[in-house]
Design a protein around this ligand. Structure first.
Ligand code: NAD
Ligand code: DAU
Length: 352
């Protein structure tokens, strides 16, 4: 077995679905707290699959995590669980500290105790894979080179600071206790099952519902977009071949300004689901107040993972974004399930 945390969220959910499609892969214990961002509908196709064991719980629960490790004896832990939304971390950082820092600390301690008790090849093959973000490196100017693994950490939001802290803990557990860890720092993901608080799914849903498409500030902030399926293949490669104690940057080689991303989505929607009045969805674009401390540019230099592990993204932004828009048009039931009262409260709070 492998133990996945946060496997009912966007990336964790995609990872679980993809992992179980690969013939010969082990089963998964999926530990998820089911916060507003966790959604069992994402895993609906696995309801009767004995290879998927879902456990509702918190990575910060020492007794629960220790018992799961004892009972299932996983050969790896992949930690996706986190509070992941920058804007929410600005409104309320407490949960970010609790899950991203204290939760990761608890997971590391439970893993250490479990790993200490293993013997022979079970011990030498065990892995703790920590999933992190490029936001820990801070913000780039237009002319800076892309982030490499040796960039200093300069997190700017409560979210990125909490992820940076968790990365430091993981590093320390390797150097001090010898826990066999690998860390991956990834750029912005997009694709199916993405919670519609984040830019791409928010814009798709607002567009088809006739609502404004909110662009923070001047819309010229740059992100490096990676299709989620490519992130999942990269994690599988690092888990299989990554060098212990190393970090690997994962990115899409796809730097785009936010306004360009939104205009591209509008263009695809104009083609796939034209507005009744014949006008473009781009008419709905609205410039709104900027995010406090908004990082200007992220870009990932993903040459280390390509050189050392042979991974490169398969999807281009054009192919990935078209698939993504089509997925949201084809899956109104999943959308209905996530757009709850608390989601509507969030939109009211953030966009007034
Ligand atoms: P998400 O918010 O969609 O999902 C997070 C999942 O973790 C949810 O299912 C939630 O219920 C669960 N969770 C939260 N707190 C928990 C706790 N205390 N115990 C157990 N489960 C808990 O996040 P995501 O976008 O899928 O991101 C997954 C990981 O990847 C995060 O660590 C994030 O920092 C990192 N990451 C995300 C991106 C991105 O673009 N989305 C990019 C780079 C790195
Ligand atoms: O870089 C990796 C990170 O990418 C992950 O670690 C985070 O978990 C993930 O949420 C994402 O963070 P961002 O802040 O970059 O993603 P978000 O989708 O919230 O915003 C993308 C860009 O779009 C950012 O510059 C802010 C802008 N934006 C976002 C929203 C929600 C808008 O202009 N309008 C919006 O309404």
């Amino acid at each position: 077995m492998i133990l996945i945390t946060g496997g009912a969220g966007f990336i964790g959910g995609n990872f679980v679905l993809d992992w179980l499609k690969v013939p010969g892969n082990e089963g998964i214990i999926n530990l998820d707290k089911l916060t507003y961002a966790g959604n069992l509908a994402t895993l609906g196709s696995l309801r009767d699959d004995p290879r998927h064991i879902f456990v509702h719980g918190d990575i910060g629960d020492k007794e629960l995590v220790s018992n799961l490790l004892k009972q299932y004896q996983p050969r790896a832990i992949i930690n996706f669980a986190a509070e992941s939304h920058v804007d929410r971390s600005i409104h309320g950082p407490g949960e970010f500290i609790q899950t991203n820092i204290v939760g990761t600390f608890n997971l590391l301690e439970c893993a250490r105790e479990y790993w200490d008790g293993l013997k022979g090849s079970e011990k030498s093959q065990f892995r703790f894979h920590h999933v992190s973000t490029d936001e820990v490196y801070g913000s780039l100017s237009a002319t800076d080179p892309a982030f490499s693994e040796t960039n200093p950490y300069e997190p700017n939001s409560p979210y990125s600071a909490s992820k940076a802290a968790s990365d430091h803990l993981v590093r320390a557990w390797f150097h001090t206790y010898g826990l066999p860890v690998v860390t991956t720092n990834c750029s912005n993901n997009y694709g199916p099952y993405h919670f519609p608080e984040k830019l791409i799914p928010l814009v798709i849903l607002n567009a088809i519902n006739g609502k404004p498409l909110p662009i923070y500030g001047d819309g010229q902030q740059i992100r490096d977009w990676l299709y989620v399926g490519d992130h999942c293949t990269a994690i599988r490669e690092v888990l299989a071949k990554g060098v212990l104690g190393e970090t690997y940057n994962i990115g899409g080689w796809n730097e785009k300004a936010n306004l360009e991303v939104v205009k591209t989505i509008c263009k695809i929607l104009d083609e796939l689901k034209p507005r009744n009045d014949g006008k473009s969805y781009a008419e709905q674009i609205t410039f709104v107040k900027d995010r406090p401390g908004h990082d200007r540019r992220y870009a990932i230099d993903a040459s280390k993972i390509e050189r050392e592990l042979g991974w490169r993204p398969a999807e281009t932004f054009d192919s990935g974004i078209r698939k993504t828009v089509q997925w949201y048009l084809d899956n109104p039931k999943w959308i209905e399930g996530v757009v709850s009262g608390s989601y509507r409260d969030w939109l009211q709070k953030q966009y007034n």
